[in-house]
Design a protein around this ligand. Structure first.
Ligand code: EAX
Length: 337
């Protein structure tokens, strides 16, 4: 009897305590800090996986930005082409319907021809040369050319040297590439390069690539090792050729209409955060790449190292074709470095 009474008492106390809590629920607003600083959100779209160098770099950017802006600017990152293709993202930033994106420079060639110089096969053989050009006058001129399209280009991030993979055969010579259906970025110089090699170029957004490789709509694709690995292309591609045929950096783009509305202090916070994160991302990407040939072999890929000189020779006519459009002076400036 006593026991029953005690448990009744316990339950009653519990119910009263809970009810009390329930009643208190609406109250905290009164004790809450009066005004949260109003934060603006920058949505940043990219096409790569959450494990990628783009994503890690953007996460770094988000935390630096929040700190530098005193919480007034927040970045929200959308990975894996959730907001569409790179072309969609560039268009969104250009029209002001998206605040920012990190994209390969290759599809930017459709918005400003100045970017095409990077797309020439083997024009960049050394990263240090590329970084100096991108951070210097040449890069500044390229980014400035986007302003007329409503885009504020903040800087160039790393993506790396592109390597060729396919599901059909080992690539040792330029002739081995002939006949293969290769997915490429939407870029005229890239398409011409693979045409010259006798391949069948298939320009396609990155978001559709994995499925196309899996369903064998295309035989192969080309991307830096960091993407081949973090996008798990080794699951659907047997052969990896260490060609390094293109060097395609990434560009960090912000909508000009968004940027122009920010106070000078916030514009400064944004630029500084981009600069710090860019440095971080470049190092992260280079480090990530280091043991990837071994890791991709472990995943079952068969790796070849074709002769670069032979590939360079086989694609020489691409320079002739685009010389006038890109400008011989720009090409020579980059080659001489
Ligand atoms: O910018 O489309 C591609 O192959 C790019 O390397 C990728 O979207 C990262």
């Amino acid at each position: 009897m006593m026991k029953k009474f005690l448990s009744f008492l316990l339950i009653a106390m519990l119910v009263l305590t809970l009810a009390g809590c329930g009643q208190k629920a609406p109250a905290p607003a009164a004790n809450a800090p009066k005004e949260e600083p109003k934060a603006q959100t920058i949505r940043i779209a990219h096409t790569l996986a959450p494990e990628s160098h783009y994503h890690k770099g953007l996460e770094k950017f988000a935390s630096i930005l929040e700190q530098k802006s005193g919480g007034k600017l927040k970045a929200q990152i959308f990975h894996s082409a959730q907001l569409g293709s790179e072309r969609d993202a560039i268009e969104g930033v250009s029209m002001g319907t998206l605040e920012a994106t990190l994209v390969s420079t290759a599809p930017l060639a459709n918005f400003s021809k100045k970017f095409m110089v990077f797309d020439l096969p083997f024009i960049i053989q050394d990263r240090a040369v590329a970084f100096a050009a991108m951070d210097g006058e040449m890069g500044k001129g390229m980014l400035a050319s986007l302003e007329a399209k409503g885009i504020k280009g903040l800087g160039f991030w790393e993506n790396g040297f592109r390597m060729l993979t396919n599901s059909k055969k080992a690539i040792n010579t330029p002739a081995d590439i002939a006949g293969l259906k290769i997915r490429l970025m939407e870029n005229p110089v890239h398409v011409e390069t693979f045409k010259v090699l006798g391949a069948q170029p298939v320009p396609m957004p990155f978001g559709e690539l994995f499925t196309s490789l899996q369903q064998k709509t295309v035989d192969g694709q080309e991307n830096p090792l960091v993407i081949i690995y973090t996008s798990k292309f080794y699951e659907v591609q047997k052969h990896l050729a260490l060609t390094g045929h293109f060097y395609a950096p990434a560009a960090f783009l912000v909508s000009k209409s968004f940027y122009d509305k920010l106070s000078p202090e916030l514009q400064k916070a944004l630029s500084e955060a981009e600069q710090e994160a860019r440095k971080w991302e470049r190092e992260y990407c280079i480090n990530l790449e280091k043991d990837l040939v071994a890791k991709l072999k472990e995943k079952g890929m068969e790796v070849t190292t074709p002769d670069k000189k032979a590939l360079q020779e086989a694609t020489k006519s691409v320079y002739e074709k685009f010389k006038a459009e890109i400008g011989e002076d720009v090409i020579n400036a980059l080659l001489k470095k």
